[in-house]
Design a protein around this ligand. Sequence first.
Ligand code: GSH
Length: 219
Amino acid sequence: MVEELVFVNFWSSPFGCRVKIALEEKGIPYDYKEEDLFNKTSFLSEINPVYNKVPVLVHNGKSICESLNIIEYIDEAWSDRSPSFLPSDPYQRSQARFWADFIDKELYEASKKIYRCKGEEQESGKKELLRILKLVEGELGNKPFFGGDNLGFVDISLIPFYSRFYTWETFGKFSIEEECPNLMAWAKRCSQKESVAKSLVDPIKIYDFIFYLNKYLTK
Ligand SMILES: N[C@@H](CCC(=O)N[C@@H](CS)C(=O)NCC(=O)O)C(=O)O
């Protein structure tokens, strides 16, 4: 049977970027479909009726939603292709899931406060974001990647946000390099990987986009 794989995304999505990295890491061929989030198609509500969000992966006509769930699906459906994103040891696997979930629940929300808010609220978002980044940096420890010697589930979950560091730093007036030097070294290490380099979105494009959204759309 000829495999049919369609990756539906919006260019700036850090969640979509995770899926692209996972597909590229395993060298899985796919078709790409850009969804305009400002003018959503009925196709999106067909393939993700619950959330109506991207990314969605459509594999032989069946859709898989939510980026972390998609990465696990890719890992399992193409388990014959290396690398494996999740460790085989159940405890290590639970830890990887824990940190990916932490990144999902905490990081994105705190970061939004930096560019959407001003004054005290922005300041508290900044403090919160740095607290989160330092916790994550502690988990990395002295390993080259969260996954050990190779890019793993947590690396793939976090690295798309590297494209947003410039936006956070510019709006929040702080330096991640100064605050979290090991995490910054990790991000640079990840971006040397071909799968990551070809998936990360240009930080300036992200900044311009968020600046535009703030100014015209999210009042
Ligand atoms: N938890 C979801 C988050 C997906 C998400 O928030 N996608 C955004 C783009 S970055 C979206 O589709 N937004 C459209 C909307 O909220 O209507 C995941 O991990 O896939």
